[in-house]
Write a protein that binds this ligand. Structure first.
Ligand SMILES: NC(=O)c1ccc[n+]([C@@H]2O[C@H](COP(=O)([O-])OP(=O)(O)OC[C@H]3O[C@@H](n4cnc5c(N)ncnc54)[C@H](O)[C@@H]3O)[C@@H](O)[C@H]2O)c1
Length: 312
């Protein structure tokens, strides 16, 4: 939202606030309803003369998606279908979709390139792949242009200190580590230190939210300029292990951050790192935040100024 406003767009938000925080967005731009509400959605798209859609809304917990798969297919796939039907009907021709590296499944080669087979190992990843497939089909049937952005691990916070991460429950490594530094948790639990990686812990590609936001603007500009339907990884191409993240957080917070090692979790690949050449070359995107310390520093600033997250 901040980045869109800075670039001169006139963005509106549709969110049912099942997870999000009203406080994170300007109140006059928030429209509170669910994508399952076809009537509201249709009226909104017509009334507001929407000319582009960025589709972020989804349920996002991998573990929960395995325990309650239909909840995920309903919201992430069926409600996305609803949105797509109404978007096509309203004549909107630009669509940017929050996809995920979880659509690749277990890596067969690294770094992950966009043409790596998509074979998700969890329901969450599968629901996102379903939407990518709908978008590819709509391109063929209706010349409906879209960009799927396959995020790696979104992280960090607004460097101006206004926006940060606040999930319930929190499952992301960096906020969890920072909650230990704030005294809200006793220790960080590392799931497995016997992986085939240099320090034995899992390696992930952390993409700063500012860089992620910039990728969406690039995708809109690309579609505006007549770009074709496509999918892009959004990652820096640098992987950090869990231990490297914890060590960087110790340096930045000055807190010892005790860590305990638990057994591996099923379905956690040893390494997920993006090949990011395609987005750099085709969309002209470059990440600004490439070091773990830089990313964690912005998150730390937000967490220590908002130890209880958003007030709502
Ligand atoms: N955070 C990550 O590391 C990451 C990685 C890959 C992909 N993604 C994708 O990015 C998007 C945003 O992720 P996030 O981490 O900000 O999650 P989030 O839960 O903070 O944001 C999702 C938002 O969608 C809203 N929402 C959910 N269902 C809705 C519905 N039916 N109607 C209206 N609003 C609805 C929620 O209230 C919430 O505000 C998601 O699509 C997620 O799958 C995130």
């Amino acid at each position: 939202m901040k980045e869109l406003l800075r670039k001169g767009y006139d963005p509106l938000i549709v969110d049912d606030l099942s997870e999000g925080h009203a406080e994170a967005v300007p109140p006059d731009r928030l429209h509170r309803f669910s994508l399952s509400d076809t009537g509201e959605l249709r009226a909104f798209l017509e009334r507001e003369e929407v000319d582009a859609v960025i589709h972020f809304a989804a349920h996002c917990y991998v573990g929960e998606s395995m325990e309650d798969p239909l909840k995920y297919y309903r919201n992430n796939a069926a409600n996305a279908l609803n949105l797509l039907e109404e978007t096509v009907r309203a004549g909107v021709r630009r669509f940017v979709f929050s996809s995920t590296c979880a659509t690749y499944g277990e890596p067969r080669r690294l770094p992950l390139r966009e043409d790596h087979p998509q074979d998700p190992v969890n329901v969450y990843g599968d629901t996102k792949l379903v939407v990518e497939k709908m978008l590819r089909a709509l391109d063929r049937s209706h010349r409906f242009r879209s960009i799927s952005l396959r995020y790696f691990n979104a992280s960090g916070a607004d460097p101006e200190g206004e926006l940060g991460e606040d999930h319930h429950p929190e499952t992301h490594l960096i906020p969890l580590v920072l909650q230990v530094a704030l005294g809200q948790r006793d220790e960080i639990r590392i799931f497995g230190d016997d992986y085939d990686t240099p320090d034995g812990t899992c390696i992930r590609d952390y993409i700063h939210v500012v860089d992620l936001a910039a990728a969406h603007i690039r995708a809109l500009e690309y579609l505006d300029a007549g770009g074709e339907t496509d999918a892009f990884n959004v990652g820096t191409g640098n992987g950090f292990s869990v231990r490297e993240v914890v060590d960087a957080a110790r340096r930045i917070t000055g807190h010892p951050i005790p860590a305990l090692v638990d057994p591996r979790r099923p379905g956690d690949p040893a390494e997920l790192v993006a090949e990011s050449t395609k987005i750099r070359e085709k969309l002209g995107w470059e990440p600004r935040f490439t070091a773990a310390e830089e990313i964690i520093r912005t998150a730390w600033e937000w967490h220590r100024n908002h130890p209880d997250g958003y007030t709502d």
